[in-house]
Design a protein around this ligand. Structure first.
Ligand SMILES: Nc1ncnc2c1ncn2[C@@H]1O[C@H](COP(=O)(O)OP(=O)(O)O)[C@@H](O)[C@H]1O
Ligand SMILES: [Mg+2]
Length: 338
C-alpha cells in the first residue's frame, strides 16, 4: 500500500480493511512497493508488522494513532493473502517481484488481472460492438487518426483523457465547435517530454447525464457489494472525489445490476476479485483494480460494515486453498505407500 505515515485515517479504505483483520486476530503487515527486495530468489519486503497483542480501538483515527508496529524484513511467501492497496499508477515491475509467490499466496487481485486491467485499455477490449455496455472508445497516439475520429463523431462532445490517468487528472471535454484547440491539446497529451516515450490517449463518446454524477460500484468476486453516486463539483466534468466531487447514496437500478452481473463474470475470469466500477447512465467507464476506495463512504451512508464481507471472502479463499493442499498431501501419502 502507500506509505503508512501518509494515510488519512478519517477516510482510508485500506485502514478499515486492516482494522478488520487485526480485530479478527490475523497477523497483519503493511509494506510499500519501494520496500520489495529479492534475496537468494526469495521475495522479501521491509514490513511494518502489527503487534497482535495490542488493544484495538474501534475508532479508526485512534486505531491509526495508537497502532503498535514493528519493522521487519519478511518473506512474502509466508503470508496467506496479499492485498494490493497502493494507489495508481503501479510500477509494472512490482508484478515481477510477485510472480515467484503467486502460487503460494492469494493475491487480491491476481497478477494476471492487475497486468490486464492496469489501465483504461481494459474496458476498451471488452467486446461490445453496439456500445450497449461501453461507450465508443478509441485508443491511439496517432494525431491525424484522432482528429478524424472527432470530426466524424456523430455528437458534438467527446471526452479526451490520458490512458494511464487516475483521480480524474487530465479528463477534458472536447467540443467540435472548438476544433481550433484540438491540435494543441493532442500535442500536449501525446508528445512525451524530452527523452520520454510519447503517450497514448483515449477518446471516448461523452456519456449524457455525466453532469449528474457517476456511480461507483464496489465489486467483490462477481457481485456488487456497495454503491455510491459521486457528484461533480459545480462547473467540473469529473466526478472523482479527488477532483472535488461529493458522495450520496445510490441504489443500483435494474440495468446497472445487469451490467454488474455481466461484467462480474469477466472480472473473475480475468483474476479480478475486488474492483471499483465507474458507471454513467448504465455504461461502464472504467474498472479500477488498484486500491478502489469508498468503503468508509458506503459504511457511513448505509450503516453497514462491508469490510466484513471482504475479509470473510479472503478467509474463504485461504480455507479452500488449504483444504486442497491437505487433500493433495493425503493422496500423495497413498501413492508413496502403494
Ligand atoms: N466518456 C465520458 N463521458 C462523460 N464523463 C466522463 C467520461 N469519461 C470520464 N468522465 C468523467 O471523468 C471522470 C474520470 O474519468 P475516468 O475514466 O473514471 O478516469 P479516472 O481514472 O481519472 O477516474 C468520470 O468519473 C466522469 O465523471
Ligand atoms: Mg474513475
Amino acid at each position: 500500500m502507500d506509505p503508512w505515515d501518509k494515510i488519512n485515517p478519517k477516510k482510508d479504505s485500506s485502514l478499515i480493511l486492516i482494522h478488520e483483520c487485526v480485530a479478527r486476530g490475523h497477523k497483519v503487515a503493511v509494506t510499500t512497493a519501494a520496500n520489495l527486495t529479492i534475496r537468494d530468489s526469495l521475495t522479501m519486503s521491509q514490513c511494518l508488522m502489527f503487534d497482535s497483542k495490542q488493544e484495538i480501538k474501534a475508532n479508526m483515527v485512534s486505531f491509526y494513532k495508537k497502532a503498535k508496529l514493528t519493522e521487519k524484513m519478511l518473506p512474502l511467501e509466508g503470508f496467506d493473502v496479499i492485498f494490493m492497496r497502493a494507489d495508481p499508477p503501479m510500477d509494472p515491475l512490482v508484478l515481477n517481484f510477485l510472480d515467484s509467490i503467486k502460487n503460494d499466496v492469494f493475491l487480491m487481485n491476481s497478477i494476471r488481472g492487475l497486468r490486464e486491467a492496469n489501465n483504461k485499455i481494459y474496458t476498451a477490449s471488452y467486446y461490445d460492438p453496439k456500445n450497449e455496455m461501453i461507450p465508443a472508445t478509441y485508443v491511439s497516439k496517432n494525431k491525424e487518426y484522432l482528429k478524424t475520429i472527432i470530426e466524424e463523431h456523430a455528437g458534438n462532445k467527446m471526452i479526451l483523457k490520458p490512458l494511464n490517468g487516475f483521480g480524474g487528472k487530465g479528463v477534458i471535454v472536447i467540443e467540435k465547435s472548438a476544433m481550433q484547440n484540438v491540435n494543441s491539446l493532442l500535442d500536449f497529451y501525446i508528445t512525451g517530454q524530452e527523452g520520454k516515450l510519447s503517450n497514448y490517449v483515449i477518446l471516448q463518446d461523452y456519456i449524457e447525464g455525466a453532469d449528474k454524477g457517476d456511480v461507483r460500484v464496489l465489486m467483490l468476486h462477481d457481485e456488487p457489494i456497495g454503491a455510491i453516486r459521486r457528484v461533480p463539483a459545480k462547473g467540473d466534468a469529473r466526478s472523482n472525489l479527488s477532483a472535488g466531487g461529493s458522495v450520496v447514496k445510490h441504489f443500483l437500478t435494474k440495468e446497472e445490476k445487469k451490467l454488474c452481473r455481466s461484467i462480474g463474470k469477466k472480472l473473475v475470469k480475468d483474476g479480478i476479485y475486488f474492483s471499483g466500477l465507474d458507471i454513467i447512465n448504465g455504461k461502464l467507464l472504467e474498472v479500477n483494480v488498484l486500491s478502489p476506495g469508498g468503503i468508509g463512504d458506503i459504511n457511513r451512508l448505509y450503516k453497514v460494515k462491508i469490510q466484513k464481507e471482504i475479509i470473510d471472502y479472503l478467509e474463504e479463499q485461504v480455507k479452500s486453498a488449504s483444504l486442497l493442499s491437505t487433500r493433495k498431501q493425503e493422496h500423495r501419502k497413498l501413492i508413496d505407500n502403494a
